[in-house]
Design a protein around this ligand. Structure first.
Ligand code: NAP
Length: 301
């Protein structure tokens, strides 16, 4: 029996494990993908207090190392559901069951797709949702990044170091992401902003060959020859399998306030998966701490 079963091994989940272990609780983190979550895709994190600059993968490896050294257990498994048996919550996976006194949902978010023709068919053949994972395949070639948030800006900056040309396509004429990165991109000769424009189609037989882009400024369509397109248009939650145990909002986020308490006693929600205003590394870490301490109080009755 675990005191705290944590579903999701991103920043929120691993911080919850650190706080749980330090409070003397037996914790397990169950992760279905990559420990570290979405920050592992960030080439450079520059806004975590006390750490001027660190790669997302190093940051998450340090977190995992810290949690494991404190005694947290880990499992690489896809969770299929939670069974609430009152004082025991059973986390179910394809082959196992994990009985826990409390559960923290820290499932994060997943990449939003553009929803244009050929996007799914050409994923892995020029369409990518992770510049740090796939960028090197496009060394010396022309690519496009779609989006206007911090992820798109970071992706464009990362790719500009390897690619011949990087087009940054954004649907509005101002970026949502950090101004400091916009300024750095403006000074790069191989980066071109295509603003107030949307991608209408991705063209290619075996692999991406070009994009059809619609300019809102001119009202005209034009072709853009690229070998790769990196889609960074935000994140969506993935909480459907928990809809029978906790209440979700209309967009699928788990209804929980800053106290991380959900509609179900003993089940808490931490990080990007819950309803909140600011989804940042710092707020994910803060949620991990809040949720773990709330779980400790719940266990103590
Ligand atoms: P985001 O901030 O939600 O930005 C998504 C971008 O995609 C927006 O510019 C949005 O346009 C655009 N977009 C959304 N749907 C679109 C569509 N269908 N077609 C075209 N464009 C579309 O997402 P994010 O950049 O992934 O960032 C997520 C969170 O993580 C943010 O809070 C961000 O600050 C944080 N983050 C932090 C770091 C770090 O280093 N600490 C790194 C990356 C991200 P509009 O602007 O017009 O809405």
């Amino acid at each position: 029996m675990y005191d705290i079963g944590i579903i999701g091994g991103g920043t929120a989940g691993m911080t919850a494990a650190i706080y749980g272990q330090r409070a003397g609780k037996k914790t397990i983190i169950i992760e279905g993908g990559v420990f570290g979550g979405q920050i592992t895709s960030s080439p450079n994190v520059e806004n975590y207090p006390g750490i001027a600059s660190v790669s997302g993968s190093e940051f998450s490896m340090n977190l995992l190392d810290q949690a494991v050294k404190l005694g947290a257990e880990t499992a690489m498994e896809q969770v299929t559901g939670i069974r609430d048996e009152g004082s025991v919550k059973v986390i179910e996976t394809a082959g196992k069951e994990y009985p826990c006194r409390s559960v923290i949902l820290a499932t994060g978010v997943t990449h939003r797709h553009l929803g244009v023709p050929n996007e799914e068919r050409l994923t892995g053949a020029g369409v990518s949702y992770c510049a740090t994972c796939d960028g090197m395949f496009f060394r010396g070639r022309d690519v496009a990044v779609v989006g206007g948030g911090s992820t798109a800006l970071q992706d464009a900056e990362f790719l500009s170091n390897y690619c011949r040309k990087v087009y940054l396509i954004h649907r509005r004429d101002e970026f949502r992401g950090e101004d400091s990165i916009v300024k750095r991109l403006e000074s790069k000769e191989n980066v071109e902003f295509i603003l107030s424009a949307t991608v209408r189609d991705i063209i290619g037989d075996q692999a991406v060959e070009r994009l059809i882009v619609n300019s809102k400024k001119t009202g005209k369509e034009f072709k853009l020859d690229v070998s790769g397109v990196f889609i960074a248009v935000g994140q969506i939650p993935k909480n459907e399998i928990f809809a029978d145990v906790v209440k979700l909002d209309a967009d699928g986020f788990i209804l929980a306030a800053e106290d991380c308490i959900t509609s179900r006693p003993g089940i808490f929600a931490a990080g990007d998966c819950r309803t909140k205003e600011v989804r940042q590394l710092t707020t994910a870490a803060a949620d991990g701490a809040v949720a773990a301490l709330a779980a400790c109080r719940y266990i103590a009755g």
